[in-house]
Design a protein around this ligand. Structure first.
Ligand SMILES: Nc1ncnc2c1ncn2[C@@H]1O[C@H](COP(=O)(O)OP(=O)(O)OP(=O)(O)O)[C@@H](O)[C@H]1O
Ligand SMILES: [Mg+2]
Length: 425
């Protein structure tokens, strides 16, 4: 096997992260050889709001990751998320092409294509079609029908769609930086690839990626992706609350927030003393007089906890909406930078009443120290998804269907142009 380079670009509202992985004969695992995270600009809740700013930040991140990897990035899998994402489950049925023989890969593809044929407005585009369950001649629960005999093949799929305008804007930024988009991957799905275990997926679990501006959520039931959505609230709201509550700048509020999550990691006895003793030590931050007698505990209980309770209420509502809330014995895996917020687990257990753990992309190998952080779950997940995609399909380009669509549009446009040319003198 020759060395394969796989790249991922995670365009978030807090950071733009680029990661370069290598798959080689030498190491079986995908090894990370380049990484960069740059503060994001021009992205709000997963939507591009200023394309030039995004392109600038993207260029900076890509260049730094290239320098670290010693490798030029020419193509990458790209994350996409936010409230413009929606999902539905769709069913496809086909007659097996040769009932005497086995069900072939081609039959499976036809069934998935049949499920994909949903009516979609021109402003939306399919970014993911994931098979949940196959039935052969009415027998459901088939994981892989290839090689089985039968006359009727059915498939239940989970389809994720996104706003065409936003995808086009991301494409514009990527092409300005000279990068070919290998495919859009829903951030919730990318995070799931990085943090969930196969057992969790089989039992039923929700991965909840709490970013700066939005929460991406993906639910797995019986090992398959069954629901995805996004909630327009994120960890930046906690920073805003601190800034307003303490009447300090957003930058200082962010420092206070990070300080508090560090502080609460302390051993219990030490912690108890520190969090209840005013004034809090905010690492040299200039804190206004009004709050100098506040303890860290009053800040956490009075400002952070109510916002976390609200965030979990939204998550709970989304789980109910999905109809899968009772099919997830593995509970919730929270990840994304927001998962590091102080009291995340405690408040989650109280509001949701399910097992909760923090998901870290710990399978990553290579240049990993900085990356073993929930903030980069979706970023690392892009590589795992890309690796899996490349090994299961002939084309490594997840955008193949999009390209085909564009190609057929282009060719009909060329035909139309040729037809008009006939009438020209
Ligand atoms: N140690 C920490 N403690 C508390 N909060 C943290 C910590 N590290 C990061 N965060 C918060 O996580 C948020 C950023 O998370 P992340 O990097 O996952 O966002 P993003 O992917 O850029 O955004 P999005 O996915 O919403 O577009 C910020 O609000 C930041 O304050
Ligand atoms: Mg994110």
């Amino acid at each position: 096997m020759s060395d394969k380079i796989i790249c991922g670009i995670d365009i978030g509202s807090h950071k733009i992260a680029t990661v370069v992985g290598i798959e080689s004969k030498e190491y079986e695992e995908l090894r990370i050889i380049g990484f960069n995270s740059t503060p994001s600009r021009g992205v709000k809740r997963g939507l591009i709001v200023d394309i030039d700013k995004v392109t600038g930040a993207l260029e900076e991140s890509v260049e730094k990751a290239e320098r670290m990897a010693g490798h030029k990035i020419s193509s990458a899998y790209v994350s996409v998320g936010g409230p413009h994402i929606s999902s539905l489950n769709s069913h496809g049925v086909v007659a097996v092409s040769n009932p005497q023989a086995e069900i072939s890969e081609h039959d499976v593809q036809r069934a998935v294509e049949a499920a994909r044929a949903i009516s979609l407005s021109t402003t939306r585009e399919i970014i993911e079609v994931s098979a949940r369950d196959y039935s052969v001649d009415g027998q459901s629960g088939v994981r892989n029908p290839v090689g089985m005999s039968g006359v009727r093949l059915e498939v239940d799929t989970h389809i994720i769609t996104a706003s065409t305008t936003n995808l086009k804007n991301i494409d514009r930024s990527l092409s300005d930086v000279g990068i070919e988009n290998m495919g859009f991957i829903f951030s919730g799905l990318a995070s799931a690839e990085a943090v969930l275990t196969e057992t969790e997926k089989d039992l039923g679990v929700a991965v909840v990626d709490i970013g700066g501006g939005k929460i991406d959520l993906a639910i797995y039931v019986d090992g398959s992706l069954s629901y995805s959505s996004s909630i327009p609230i994120g960890a930046k709201h906690i920073t805003n609350d601190i800034a307003v509550g303490l009447r300090i700048s957003l930058d200082s509020a962010e420092k206070v927030k990070l300080y508090l999550s560090d502080l609460y990691k302390m051993h219990d006895d030490k912690l108890r003393k520190k969090i209840t003793s005013p004034p809090p030590d905010f690492q040299g931050l200039t804190i206004p007089e009004t709050i100098s007698d506040m303890t860290p505990k009053t800040l956490v209980d009075g400002i952070i906890a109510p916002r976390l309770e609200e965030i979990y209420k939204y998550i709970g509502e989304e789980l109910i909406k999905s109809t899968f809330a009772d099919s997830m014995p593995s509970g919730i895996v929270v990840t994304g930078g927001g998962a590091l917020t102080v009291q995340m687990i405690e408040i989650g257990k109280k509001i949701i009443g399910m097992p909760i753990r923090i998901g870290v992309p710990e399978k990553a190998t290579g240049l990993v120290d900085e990356i073993l952080n929930p903030q980069f779950s979706a970023t690392i997940g892009l590589l795992y998804y890309g690796k899996k995609y490349m090994s299961t399909t002939e084309t490594k380009d997840k955008n193949f269907n999009r390209i085909l669509q564009k190609f057929s549009l282009n060719s009909s446009f060329t035909k139309l142009k040729d037809m008009f040319k006939q009438f020209l003198p």
